[in-house]
Design a protein around this ligand. Structure first.
Ligand code: PEP
Ligand code: MN
Length: 346
């Protein structure tokens, strides 16, 4: 819409859309506003809209992911933390599964000390076999909450069923949707009706378009706070658990405004490769990393082979910050200037 559009002109546009019974989403950006129309308008001429004074231009999006494929989004914010292009990368770390109260509290302290800003831990574990540890469930969520209180780190955990929503709202800051549930459209719609951010993992057999369409389910239901997470796809290769598709990350960062984080732990399945792929992910534009960390990796109940220790995490974070600063000198300078100003004013 025109930056100069008056309130009356915007109302005139909205009543035209109401009259035409068209669904729309108002998109607010720092310096402008846009309206996204999600109905099929292929037979409607553009001049129906361009003749209105509030309209600057009409852009037709051919992709089905009309909202998720947009190039502009507000950063996803968790407290003072911002996850978006142009902001320093975020590091989400913690065990595959929450295994007990004391352990997750200790781990939270250790990953924080290593530089992580968010704690992860699975309470409901969608395991490949029903005979494997399924997670501590609601008890695990309570332990995560305690670890958050003790460390001050916001928490991320995987939701596997809409029935868990209430307890997640009580204890969790970011909903994780796992690879196995990326196609669970009813769950995605429910999360779209929530206010909290959703970390949407790519399914191991999903194309980029299918992944964006999963994000579309959440956004079109009303929640724009979606963080995409590349976690490796299944290919013919058997020497690594999955093939981390960094093509997807580079491609999305050129066209789509949603934040993209990378999970090198599930992407490789091998702890000795986690550092290499973390550095590569940041180098190709990822906005953050999600890494499985255990205080004693060999004792992990789930995903033992890919767990790293807090000391390794510390080295990876330091490397990734250096790489990001090297590749984003302007953004890095702005951030260091504003934190110096903040320091001076305190
Ligand atoms: C996890 O993060 O522990 C997990 C189960 O991931 P994914 O859904 O990517 O397999
Ligand atoms: Mn895992």
């Amino acid at each position: 819409m025109r930056k100069s559009a008056s309130k009356d002109q915007i109302e005139q546009l909205i009543s035209r859309l109401d009259l035409m019974k068209l669904n729309f989403h108002m998109l607010d950006f720092a310096d402008s506003q846009a309206l996204a129309l999600t109905d099929d308008l292929s037979t409607q001429p553009s001049h129906l809209f361009t003749q209105l004074p509030a309209v600057a231009k009409v852009v037709r999006l051919e992709e089905t992911a009309r909202l998720a494929g947009r190039s502009k989004f507000n950063p996803v914010e968790i407290g003072t933390l911002k996850i978006a292009k142009g902001h320093s990368p975020v590091f989400i770390a913690g065990p595959c599964s929450v295994e007990g109260e004391a352990g997750i509290i200790r781990t939270a302290g250790k990953v924080k000390e290593a530089g992580a800003q968010l704690l992860r831990g699975g309470a409901y574990k969608p395991r490949s076999s029903p005979y494997e540890f399924q997670g501590l469930g609601a008890e695990g969520l309570r332990y995560l909450s305690q670890a958050k209180q003790a460390s001050g780190l916001p928490v991320v955990s995987e939701i596997t069923d809409a029935k868990q929503l209430e307890s997640f709202q009580e204890h969790i800051d970011i909903f994780q949707v796992g690879a196995r549930n990326m196609f669970n459209y009813e769950l995605l719609k429910e999360l779209g009706r929530c206010k909290r951010p959703v970390l949407l993992k790519r399914s191991f057999a999903a194309t980029i378009s299918e992944w964006l369409n999963a994000a579309e389910y959440i956004i079109s239901a009303g929640n724009e706070k979606v963080i995409l997470c590349e976690r490796g796809i299944r290919t013919f290769e058997t020497q690594t658990r999955n093939t981390l598709d960094l093509n997807a990350v580079a491609l999305l960062k050129r066209s789509c405004g949603l934040p993209v984080v990378v999970d090198p732990s599930h992407g490789t399945g091998k702890r000795e490769l986690v550092g290499d792929l973390s550095r590569a992910a940041i180098a190709c534009g990822a906005d953050g990393l999600l890494i499985e960390v255990h205080e004693s990796p060999d004792q992990s109940i789930s995903d033992r082979e890919q767990a790293i220790c807090p000391e390794q995490l510390k080295g990876i974070i330091a490397d990734c910050k250096n790489i990001w600063e090297l590749l984003n000198p302007q953004a890095a300078a702005t951030i260091s200037k504003s934190s110096a100003a903040l320091g001076a004013s305190v």
